[in-house]
Ligand binder design. Structure first.
Ligand code: AMP
Ligand code: ZN
Length: 484
């Protein structure tokens, strides 16, 4: 089916066509691995996940999906520094070598990141590669040297900067984002990796080493520039090296349009002579009370926080997928509860479809599938796709449907679940209900209290479990837990 996508470059919804007829090459800006990713970040990765799944299932394309790991930037360097209080014993012991420390620190958070996306149903095997910036330093130096030779980069105090003013005489700077050039002073430089000023400045391609920080040797035409790459150059290089240019789709959150993606476009076009990608796709924010969820505002939850509260990861995934990626999503716990109910409603219908007591009514499962795919292919309209499913469920009680329709529906839900991945496509009895860890812990604590004849405590814990939706039934072996 023809897929349509909103392209931030043209600011319109366009029919999607890959460069090579039969494969989609997609690059997603990945995590900066200096801490556990929060669920705001996860919205960006779940958006990329649903996009690559729709391309595979609805568009029937093979997808080469690459997500980079930003392991060199201001924050990873700051937090991996010798004796920083952010160091954990699981990372191993620190050494005198700052690069070694940087790798131990960031590999720890890369591993955690892969565990966390896995918890939310993003499969590691769907990626062709997850390149680390530190593995592409030589190629970064190569691109910077080319930009320097073309007169589009200059050295100032050992750091190398991209000359925005010169580039503007060649091509537009500000293709994705309206940049304020009114107060633009050519030659103004910015050093930090992430800057929110919506004003153009020459940005760092490479930064001079600072005492105690990791650095790589770099001789730029006889000038000593030992130091480390800037954040933007990392993506320009990794995407070109792995996917080749141009590739088809580049994803990231809206906050990356400027400066990160503008700078990526400028560097790649200036250095390689070609823009990175045909489609730029950006997800909106996950907010908390009207503000972007972010580390710096402190208003964030990690995936681990939510799991420790006993939430079901499938409900979290469903919540993120049930709103359109281009609308702001306000995070609340009530929202997760409502998602859980909606997800369960579909799940119950699927269980009922497997029941043997078929009725005599038929329903048009083929047209349901067509409508749902139409919405998914139309710029990933997941909410409308789900609305079609609910409307079908509401109008066709499972027990009335005949066995042919049931068979067709099972096939449909199997396909739909390749996109959403939030349901069990099995008969009810075969499904093992997952008991959250905090519930298991509470039940164990209650058993212990009972063995110690602390009846008050054991009753209190039984009530607590009940309030959380779990019934404890005692037996000779101990107890069982049943979902109420
Ligand atoms: P970072 O690890 O900060 O480089 O961010 C990783 C990804 O998360 C980027 O694509 C960001 O645009 C995205 N992102 C960060 N905060 C949010 C948020 N609150 N909602 C949605 N996406 C976000
Ligand atoms: Zn990037």
């Amino acid at each position: 089916m023809q897929i349509k996508l909103y392209n931030s470059l043209t600011k319109t919804i366009e029919p999607f066509q890959p460069v090579e007829t039969n494969t989609v090459k997609m690059y997603s800006c990945g995590p900066t691995v200096y801490n556990y990713a929060h669920i705001g970040n996860m919205r960006a990765f779940l958006f990329a996940d649903i996009l690559q799944r729709v391309l595979r299932v609805v568009g029937e394309y093979p997808v080469r999906w690459v997500m980079n790991i930003t392991n060199i930037d201001d924050k990873t360097i700051r937090d991996s520094a010798l004796n920083a209080n952010t160091w954990k014993s699981e990372m191993g012991s620190q050494s005198d070598d700052p690069i070694d420390n940087l790798l131990k620190f960031t590999d720890f958070y890369t591993k955690s990141f892969i565990e966390d996306i896995n918890t939310l149903g993003i499969k590691a095997e769907d990626f062709e590669a997850m390149p680390r910036a530190t593995d592409y330093i030589e190629q970064m130096k190569g691109l910077i040297t080319d930009l320097f030779h073309k007169g589009l980069a200059y050295v100032s105090e050992g750091s190398v900067y991209f000359n925005v003013n010169k580039w503007r005489q060649v091509d537009t700077y500000g293709k994705l984002f309206k940049i304020d050039f009114e107060n633009f002073k050519p030659g103004t430089r910015v050093d930090t990796d992430q800057y929110e000023r919506e004003q153009a400045s020459d940005f760092a391609l490479w930064k001079l080493k600072k005492p105690g920080e990791p650095f790589w040797s770099f001789d730029l035409d006889g000038q000593n520039c030992d130091g480390r790459p800037g954040w933007h150059i990392e993506c320009s290089v990794m995407e070109k090296e792995i996917l080749g240019l141009p590739f088809d789709i580049h994803t990231g959150g809206v906050d990356l349009k400027f400066p990160h993606h503008e700078d990526e476009i400028a560097q790649s076009k200036a250095g390689y002579g070609i823009e990175p990608t045909l489609f730029w796709c950006h997800n909106e924010f996950l907010e908390v009370e009207g503000e972007k969820m972010s580390k710096s505002l402190g208003n964030f939850f990690t995936v681990r926080d939510l799991m420790n509260k006993g939430l079901n990861s499938l409900d979290v995934r469903y919540l993120m997928l049930s709103s359109h990626y281009q609308s702001v999503l306000n995070f609340t716990f009530d929202g997760i509860t409502a998602s859980g109910k909606a997800r369960q409603r579909v799940q119950d219908f699927i269980y009922d479809i497997f029941d043997n007591n078929a009725g005599s009514e038929s329903a048009d499962a083929v047209s349901l599938k067509n409508r749902v795919y139409e919405h998914l292919g139309n710029d990933l309209h997941t909410p409308q796709a789900l609305a079609e499913v609910f409307s079908f469920i509401n109008n066709n009680p499972a027990k009335t449907l005949n066995s042919t329709t049931r068979t067709e529906l099972i096939e449909f839900f199997k396909d739909l679940n390749r996109v959403f991945s939030v349901w069990e496509i099995n008969p009810r009895a075969e499904v093992e209900i997952l008991i959250p860890q905090n519930i298991k812990d509470m039940a164990e604590e209650r058993l212990k209290a009972k063995q110690e004849k602390n009846w008050a405590k054991s009753d209190e814990l039984r009530d607590k479990l009940k309030a959380d939706g779990w019934l404890v039934k005692d037996n000779k072996e101990g107890y069982t837990l049943e979902k109420i």
